[in-house]
Design a protein around this ligand. Structure first.
Ligand code: ADP
Length: 486
């Protein structure tokens, strides 16, 4: 069976189905042909037997037995050709054709033949066909002639008031039945190839019809080229099995379209972000090359070029980090990270920035909280959130960092008393290059709007989530939830 499968495998589903349909159809045809043939055979044999019984009954009714022991056949049998009604046959005539002549024999109660039609002499009659009826049981069977022709024979007792006085045997040739059966089987065999071919064609048509919706899907899917993701495959009517496939494909195309659009927007935004510092550097360099400045002015120009290069390199670093995150390069390291310790480190590192912005830092990380992940990346996340909390704070404000564990989660909370974020901006904060107020951000810290996008990617790569709550003018709370290490 495996061999058959491996042979038909390269045919494709449609041809395989057609082949299977045809095989099943052929088997059904053979089965129904055989059934029809045997039913016909039994029906024909049954009607022949009934006919013989009627004939034997009719002949028996016309035969009488007198006291002298003479058996007389009356009118009905007198019509039988070659059957002498008046007396016993004196000589044995040559056997006539069993197919044309009537086959009848009458025997007395000793089993000796009294009347015999000429054709009957050609039969090989078994002795039990006489002995059994003499014991009161009719006998029925198929016998053959000397030249091998099949004949159906029926024997029954001749009975009057005194009991059994003889036997009557009636036969008929089976040639007719055999010819009919032969004709039928030839017709069936001749019809079979046509039926098979028709069955094959119908199954091909049916499978082609069943595959039509899939063909349509394939055609449309082929038309969808890269960049032309607005197209959708046709969705068949309800209750069609292909409908689910079409819907899934459409969902997939939609997701691809969104990803493609995001990618395009990202490239456009990145080029735009890169263009600004490059233009500033170029401008300043042009001015420096004019050699119209005093040494002090030159210094200012170069400092500004340096700052812009710093900004550029920061941006390129962020873009690279995002590209790596998109490729799934994060979490290569899986080490135990002490979050409480990490927060302390970040607080120390950002202390100078906090002092510069007159913001006071508070740390609540007294209990040990361990998670599994990449320490350097997680440091980047906490660093970014803390820097934002300081940068978008008011002078005299506070930034509090806390770490705690809750059920199976580690919670890292960065809270500030800063400017806050309006509700309409909250859903977009983790989008790449999204800034609430780009002018302010550009001058404030030279940030690009990628910090939260990177932080979110890192947290998600660790199986965690980054959420934000904020009230305009009152401050914001960023919460990082990460699975605790086992
Ligand atoms: P940036 O690098 O510009 O800081 P982020 O992705 O870190 O970009 O932040 C996106 C924007 O979210 C910022 O431009 C800022 O407007 C807003 N933001 C982030 N953190 C805070 C905060 N703690 N308070 C108020 N606004 C914030």
């Amino acid at each position: 069976m495996k061999r058959i499968f491996s042979h038909i495998y390269p045919l494709g589903i449609r041809w395989q189905l057609m082949l299977w349909y045809s095989i099943i159809f052929a088997l059904l045809m053979v089965f129904s042909g055989l059934l029809f043939y045997t039913r016909l055979q039994t029906t024909l044999a049954g009607s022949l037997d009934t006919e013989l019984q009627l004939q034997a009954q009719q002949i028996a009714g016309d035969i009488t037995y007198d006291e002298d022991g003479d058996i007389t056949a009356h009118d009905a049998t007198a019509d039988l050709p070659g059957f002498d009604p008046s007396g016993k046959v004196q000589h044995v005539p040559p056997p006539a054709d069993v197919n044309l002549d009537i086959l009848v024999r009458v025997l007395d109660k000793r089993g000796l033949p009294l009347r015999t039609t000429p054709a009957f002499y050609a039969l090989n009659v078994p002795p039990e066909s006489v002995t059994q009826p003499l014991h009161g049981l009719p006998w029925q069977g198929t016998i053959s002639t000397a030249d091998g022709q099949a004949v159906r024979l029926y024997s029954r007792a001749l009975v009057d008031d005194n009991g059994i006085f003889g036997v009557v045997q009636v036969g008929t040739t089976l040639t007719q039945v055999d010819t009919t059966l032969q004709d039928v089987s030839v017709e069936l065999l001749l019809l079979a190839p046509f039926m098979l071919a028709l069955g094959g064609l119908i199954s091909y048509w049916l499978t082609a019809r069943a595959f039509m919706p899939i063909e349509r899907l394939i055609k449309t899917a082929r038309k969808i080229k890269a960049g032309d993701l607005r197209q959708r495959v046709p969705v068949p009517r309800p209750h069609d099995e292909v409908r689910d496939l079409a819907l899934t494909l459409n969902e997939m195309i939609e997701r691809l379209e969104q990803a493609f659009a995001r990618q395009q927007r990202f490239v456009a935004d990145a080029s735009h972000e890169l263009r600004t510092p490059v233009a500033v550097i170029r401008n300043k360099a042009d001015m420096a090359l004019m050699q119209i400045f005093t040494p002090d002015e030159h210094l200012t120009v170069f400092r500004s070029i340096y700052n812009e290069s710093e900004r550029l390199s920061h941006l390129i670093g962020d873009l690279l980090a995002l590209a790596h995150l998109d490729e799934g390069h994060v979490r290569q390291k899986k080490e135990v990270v002490k979050l409480d310790h990490l927060v302390q480190v970040v607080a120390e590192m950002t202390e100078p920035l906090a002092t510069e912005h007159q913001v006071s830092m508070q740390v609540a990380a007294n209990n040990q909280v361990r998670i599994c992940g990449d320490e350097a990346r997680l440091l980047e996340v906490v660093m970014n959130l803390t820097e934002n909390a300081i940068l978008y704070n008011n002078s005299g404000g506070t930034v509090s960092l806390s770490v705690k564990s809750e059920d199976t989660q580690a919670l890292l909370i960065v809270q500030d008393t800063g400017i806050g974020i309006a509700p309409e901006h909250l859903p977009h904060l983790v989008e790449r290059f999204y800034r609430v107020d780009s002018a302010r951000t550009y001058t404030a810290g030279g940030n690009s709007g990628l910090g939260l996008a990177i932080a979110d990617s890192i947290v998600r790569a660790h199986g965690g989530s980054l959420t934000v709550e904020s009230r305009l003018g009152q401050g914001s709370t960023f919460t990082v939830a990460l699975p605790l290490s086992q």
